[in-house]
Design a protein around this ligand. Structure first.
Ligand SMILES: [Mn+2]
Length: 502
């Protein structure tokens, strides 16, 4: 080994991160419970019902891989995490509407748990850790609830049952032996608890900000280390390493989408059948959609950039079209703004830009009326973000999805309100499965300039996604990554981020 190599090995390691994972405040979940109790009492008063009953939720169960004993890494069910912050599986939780008191029910673990899985924690440990009023075992639940309610007649339990409008799945109401001794209500809790989750507290925004800080830093590491010849999964691995090593994030909010070249037009690339395994080429665009989760709260960030580190004219044209839409939407966001209008604003800016570039031709208002925007951006502009990447509450009772292409993909059509955390993620993609039929459609074919469009055949797509919290008079972007083309080129060339102030 030469002397210079020895010296460079002896020099202190370069600092890769400015992160320090914050302690989790269990007050966050106590606050969430108080908020739910207030909302339930208001609802009961408004519908002339007595303020009685107990909310009961069943936490998630640990699962094993198919028929084996391979335990999958457990992640708490999201509504349960919201109210109790419990990281262990097998719990139930209860909240008394009248008093606001909370009870956790812990599974009674077998003695050999201590041999294989570690110390069996006492009930008082859980009481202190999770800041609840009481802790009992799950096998005592029926008697504890009956004693606790104390009134004659069947005590009332509010169970969680309702539709997740993103997945079309229903939440699973708590189930346990002896539930027939109680009166149960399946309708009241879900919409009220979901509505609580839509509006984030200071502490919740703090955790989402931290998840954003971690992910932003990791995205920048990925950009800096991107090189032709690498595999997409190697960049995924850099992201995962960074968020865990420096950010303390063991989970991602969703499976990483590390798409390059034509793959960047595949909206949910990166799944088991398309596992981020393409080799990067110098002329490719990269589209990396990756987000860390920290103590249940997530982030959802997409960066698009050229693999070479330098935008070509075509790459910059499409990228800037999407960036202009991203920035315009964030500038327009404030309480009272409607999401359908924001989606259309983004579409219009992208269409105007594509017309300016010379890919399409004609009257942009006519294109809008023909829903041409959905050919280039088939997904919704936004979704709520929190404990779930697609946080629930995008549609409240009676709200219907739009039917038109593009708009029907919106995960919310609500009016913006203060304390909502929402993603802004315009994109522009060249997807054969959409372009071909549009070009063959006699009402739409006139808009396309085929020879120009042909240049983008293998381009893929661009998406730019930031996480934004709505404030009283505007919004705040929680994501901090280079966005302008020259900022990206500078960071990829090794310049610091945020840039040095001169
Ligand atoms: Mn997203």
């Amino acid at each position: 080994m030469g002397e210079s190599a020895a010296i460079s090995m002896a020099s202190p390691p370069r600092s890769f991160s400015s992160l320090s994972p914050p302690d989790v405040q269990m007050e966050l979940h106590a606050e969430n419970r108080e908020k739910l109790v207030r909302a339930l009492r208001d609802h009961l008063a408004a519908t002339s019902q007595p303020a009685r009953g107990v909310v009961i939720l069943q936490g998630g169960e640990e699962r094993t891989r198919y028929c084996t004993d391979h335990a999958e890494l457990f992640r708490q069910e999201s509504y349960f995490a919201y109210l109790f912050g419990v990281r262990e599986p097998g719990f139930y939780g209860a909240i008394d509407v009248a008093s606001g008191q909370s009870i956790l029910f812990a599974p009674r673990l077998p003695g050999d748990y201590a041999v294989w899985l570690g110390e069996i924690k006492s009930l008082s440990y859980f009481k202190d850790r999770y800041m609840v009023d009481m802790v009992h075992y799950v096998d005592e639940m029926v008697q504890v609830l009956l004693d606790f309610c104390g009134q004659p007649g069947e005590p009332l339990l509010f169970l969680l049952h309702g539709l997740n409008t993103d997945s079309n799945n229903f939440s699973k109401p708590a189930a346990f032996k002896g539930i027939e001794k109680f009166e149960t209500d399946l309708c009241t809790l879900h919409p009220i608890l979901t509505e609580c989750r839509v509006f984030k507290s200071e502490m919740e925004v703090g955790l989402i900000q931290y998840a954003n800080d971690v992910s932003s830093e990791a995205h920048i590491q990925v950009m800096r280390r991107t090189m032709a010849g690498m595999k997409e999964y190697q960049l995924e691995s850099i992201f995962l390493h960074h968020i865990y090593m420096y950010g303390g994030c063991r989970h991602c909010s969703y499976t990483c989408i590390c798409a390059t070249g034509e793959n960047s037009a595949v909206l949910h690339y990166g799944h088991a059948a398309a596992p981020n395994e393409r080799t990067l080429n110098n002329g490719d665009m990269a589209l990396f959609d990756m987000g860390a989760e920290y103590f249940f709260y997530g982030s959802d960030i997409t960066c698009s950039f050229p693999v070479s580190g330098k935008f070509t004219r075509d790459q910059a044209a499409i990228y800037n079209a999407v960036l202009k839409a991203h920035d315009a939407v964030i500038s327009a966001m404030s309480p009272g703004v409607c999401w359908i209008d924001m989606h259309k604003l983004a579409e219009k800016i992208i269409l105007e830009s594509l017309k300016f570039v010379g890919i399409i031709i004609g009257d942009v208002d006519e294109m809008m009326a023909m829903r041409l925007g959905a050919v280039f951006m088939p997904h919704g502009l936004v979704h709520l973000l929190g404990i779930d990447t697609h946080d629930p509450g995008g549609y409240t009772k009676g709200m219907e999805r739009a039917r038109e292409p593009g708009l029907k993909a919106l995960r919310t059509v609500r009016e913006l309100k203060e304390r909502m955390v929402i993603t802004v993620e315009p994109g522009c993609y060249f997807i054969d499965a959409l372009l071909k039929p549009a070009m063959e459609d006699p009402t739409k074919s006139k808009f396309f300039i085929r020879e120009e469009l042909g240049r983008y055949k293998d381009f893929g797509g661009v998406r730019i996604e930031s996480d934004v919290v709505v404030t009283s008079n505007g919004c705040r972007n929680l994501t901090n990554v280079p966005r302008k083309t020259w900022e990206i080129e500078a960071v990829m060339a090794g310049e610091p981020w945020p840039p040095k102030q001169n």
